[in-house]
Design a protein around this ligand. Structure first.
Ligand SMILES: Cc1ncc(COP(=O)(O)O)c(C=O)c1O
Length: 322
């Protein structure tokens, strides 16, 4: 099992601080997510059906018809390596670690990202978590073309793309060899509902559908996801809010000598040789941030409106040496 942000119960036990007293900034999940209304009784009582409007809502939101809903993009991350014979997979050095882990576990060979000619499957996280690095549509389409000519795949994980939808590759998804992953966990703040989507050409989607089996999404999750995906007003408002909050976070960190090296609308990433000490100092005060050891760095998620002062005070206690 790999380490992830959001492991609040473990932190509560380790630091002997009650769950409710924590400020959890260890994930890139929107702290002001889409509010879940009460659900129809049939969502709980009946088996989920595919003509309930979810696919239609998703096709409009993602601007593609070639989609498969899944129980979080993680489900697709784990399924894809099972659909290919052993091959060479390029994964970025600093990235959401589940991709490399899943391909490695399935017996594939992991190679550096930069040697396209030696790779059969290239994984790009756009924007990248945790570095925030973005890739242009042009370069990604170029890579897709080169890979698909020899039966390869370009997998683009867009878990953090919702704040900048114009950079998405979803509309190109029927192109051969292109697989795009989306999540409702981050921007929509619905990580617990476990909803994601894969977009790809039909033959890949059919194999994924076959592999995942029926009812991958629960009835309640389908209903929530459908409503969140059609709520355009909330989406527009949230894009602005997140961008402002992310800039504010970047400024706050810089004021404390922790100028971010990258980020997205949902988090900021700081490389510092004192990452471990800072993480520990904050955790002792009930502020949880995500520590990365390779390279030594910290990821800060966005605080809620009433949590900024607490973060400010916490950062005052961990002045970096340089
Ligand atoms: C880049 C990236 N991709 C995918 C996921 C998986 O998200 P989910 O399974 O909730 O859709 C995460 C979760 O942290 C992530 O950071």
């Amino acid at each position: 099992m790999l380490e992830h942000g959001g492991q609040l119960h473990a932190a509560a036990t380790r630091y002997a601080i009650p769950l409710n007293n924590w400020l959890d900034l260890s994930t890139g999940i929107n702290p002001n997510g889409w509010s879940v209304p009460s659900l129809s009784p049939t969502a709980w009582a009946r088996l989920p059906e595919i003509n309930d409007g979810l696919e239609k809502a998703a096709q409009a939101y993602y601007a593609t018809r070639h989609l498969l809903p899944c129980a979080g993009s993680q489900a697709i991350i784990q399924a894809l390596p099972k659909l290919r014979p052993t091959c060479r997979v390029g994964v970025p050095d600093i990235a959401y670690a589940e991709h490399a882990y899943a391909w490695q576990q399935a017996g594939h060979q992991i190679l550096p990202h930069d040697n396209l000619s030696a790779i059969d499957v290239l994984i790009v996280i756009n924007p990248n978590n945790p570095t925030g690095q973005c890739y242009s549509t042009e370069i990604l389409l170029e890579w897709r073309q080169a890979l698909s000519r020899r039966g390869g795949w370009l997998i683009v994980d867009e878990a953090f793309m919702d704040a900048t939808p114009n950079n998405s590759l979803m509309p190109y998804s029927p192109l051969p060899g292109l697989i795009v992953l989306r999540s409702l966990g981050k921007f929509f703040g619905l990580a617990g509902a476990r909803v994601g989507f894969a977009a790809a050409e039909m033959k890949i989607l059919d194999r994924l559908r076959e592999y995942l089996g029926p009812w991958t999404l629960s009835g309640p999750s389908r209903e929530i996801a459908k409503q969140a995906l059609i709520d355009k007003n909330w989406q527009q408002f949230t894009r602005l809010q997140l961008k402002q909050a992310s800039v504010r976070l970047s400024h706050l960190l810089s004021q404390h000598g922790l100028e971010p090296d990258g980020g997205t609308a949902l988090f900021q990433w700081v490389r510092t040789s004192e990452a471990s000490i800072i993480q520990e100092t904050l955790a002792r005060q009930g502020i949880l941030v995500r520590l990365f050891k390779q390279p030594q760095s910290l990821r800060f998620g966005l605080p809620r409106k009433d949590e900024w002062d607490r973060l400010d005070r916490g950062l005052c206690t961990c002045k970096p040496i340089h």
